[in-house]
Design a protein around this ligand. Structure first.
Ligand SMILES: Cc1cc2nc3c(=O)[nH]c(=O)nc-3n(C[C@H](O)[C@H](O)[C@H](O)COP(=O)(O)OP(=O)(O)OC[C@H]3O[C@@H](n4cnc5c(N)ncnc54)[C@H](O)[C@@H]3O)c2cc1C
Length: 439
């Protein structure tokens, strides 16, 4: 009997195959469209457990879909689509229960009337599941740390079909692994986060020309070093795409505080001669989140990301050089430090807590660019990435053992692999940045 027939018998009405609209939405993620054997759209944790049990017994791999903004479309096996798990509830202590298939924009909208926020990402369409299990870097990162730092509990469906409540006291090792270990340990049907006050925000958008990028980078670093945790910012260096789209550096900043205070903190940047525009005004956490582009652009990105322990002058010069290339190159620097760095490196699976910033460098080349061009372009991106440690897996479209090894220091990876061996020894949850169980 096929997986689809077995699922249809066991949980009627929840399994979908080719031709069904639920199959098409379940197999589509940001990076493309896969060809799974079946998509199941359960309504309860028990239905998730039944579907996982069937696929695991058949030795089939399982992919989990939350917001569908992952970077790995999958072929074969089962997709567990959490589209029905979108409930969001806030209690009087600002603890927020969020379904494993909700999106961060919906979370922000539900929290807005309470004046609350949860550190998440920059984009409203991204799913709670993928972003939170991988870490979660966004607008409140210096105030509250990563999304995982606000996580207090999850409901986990394991490969063995158990439904577990996992927190600091109940299965604490699993709780540690789930905070940064991605979708390796089972299906999270419910997250519980501690929200924080996120009202009284002011935001700035400042554009610059390309006349003195090294000076801009130094000024940004110095501003962020001198600023309190309430200031969050990222600097995006956008390349020119022809005469109509000249690109240029763009600063996005948000402060929990007054407009006057934001202007004061950003003054060294606002006074630079390269400023072309500046918009500063009140905002909300929901308004800070952007819409995602409709899908991955049809280019090839050559580069990667990493955590920058120190934004030295040499590191910043390498960043400026990576941007100032003939090949169009997107660079993003996201300021870290603050609450992010006050979490001990071994408290969660995201260990690079001493980082001053996250750096992403991506040269944009044609999808069919020849290998010699790729090699030359890689060298330019690598020169900047040489100043980083580790990799933030959620931003990596590359998969494989080498990427997983770069995401975690050796001791962290070893601990993750031991936990994986306890909870998923058959490695059914392997359609991700896979942590292979220790044998
Ligand atoms: C446009 C865009 C903007 C982004 N912005 C940010 C950002 O600002 N900050 C940031 O940190 N990241 C960001 N990301 C990266 C994002 O965090 C990852 O791509 C993440 O995996 C997407 O989560 P998802 O739930 O939407 O994706 P999905 O494709 O649904 O899931 C991705 C993977 O996560 C796992 N997974 C998801 N949900 C569950 C669950 N409930 N239980 C178990 N496993 C699960 C599965 O392994 C799955 O393969 C962005 C990505 C995109 C495409």
């Amino acid at each position: 009997m096929s997986l689809l027939s077995e699922l249809s018998e066991r949980i009627p009405g929840r399994a979908h195959g080719p031709g069904a609209s639920e199959y098409d939405s379940g197999r589509t993620v940001f990076a493309g469209v896969g060809e799974p054997e079946a998509v199941v759209r359960p309504h309860t944790a028990e239905e998730v457990a039944a579907a996982v049990g069937l696929a695991a017994a058949a030795g089939l791999p399982i992919a989990v879909r939350s917001g569908g903004h992952g970077l790995l479309p999958v072929d074969g096996g089962l997709v567990v689509d959490l589209a029905e798990f979108t409930a969001i509830e806030v209690d009087a202590a600002a603890r927020v229960s969020v379904g494993g298939g909700a999106r961060w924009g919906d979370v922000a909208a539900a929290l807005a009337p309470h004046g609350l926020g949860i550190s998440s990402g920059d984009t409203r369409d991204v799913g709670v599941g993928g972003l939170a299990l991988g870490g979660g870097i966004g607008w409140l990162v210096r105030m509250q740390g990563l999304a995982i730092d606000a996580l207090r509990e999850v409901e986990l469906v394991t490969a063995a079909g158990e439904v577990l409540t996992v927190n600091e006291t109940s299965h604490p090792e699993f709780f540690w692994a789930l905070r940064g270990g991605g979708g390796n340990f089972g299906v999270v049907t419910r997250f519980v986060f501690q929200a924080v006050p996120a009202d009284g925000l002011v935001a700035a958008h400042v554009g610059f020309d390309r006349s003195d990028v090294p000076a801009l980078l130094r000024a940004w670093r110095d501003v962020m070093r001198a600023s309190p945790d309430e200031l969050n910012s990222s600097l995006m260096l956008v390349p020119p795409f022809g005469p109509e789209m000249p690109g240029g550096p763009q600063l996005g900043a948000a402060l929990q505080g007054s407009e006057a205070r934001l202007r004061e903190l950003l003054a060294p940047l606002l006074e630079l001669p390269s400023v072309t525009e500046a918009k500063i005004g009140p905002s909300t956490y929901g308004e800070l989140l952007e819409d995602a582009p409709p899908g991955r652009p049809p280019f090839r990105f050559v580069g990667g990301n990493g955590f920058v322990p120190e934004l030295s002058d040499a590191a910043l010069d390498a960043v400026a050089a990576a941007y100032d290339r003939e090949v169009p190159t997107m660079v993003l620097l996201r300021a870290l430090g603050g609450a992010f760095s006050r979490v001990a490196p071994d408290a969660t699976a995201i260990a690079f807590r001493d980082a001053e910033a996250l750096l992403i460098v991506n040269a944009v080349v044609a999808a069919d660019a020849p290998p010699e061009l790729i090699t030359a372009v890689e060298a330019g991106s690598d020169a900047a990435l040489a100043f980083t440690s580790g990799v933030y897996g959620n931003f990596s479209a590359e998969y494989g053992d080498g990427v997983t090894a770069a995401m975690y220091p050796p001791a962290t990876l070893e601990r993750l692999r031991r936990i994986k061996a306890q909870v998923d020894p058959g490695n059914v949850f392997r359609r991700n940045h896979n942590i292979a169980p220790t044998s």
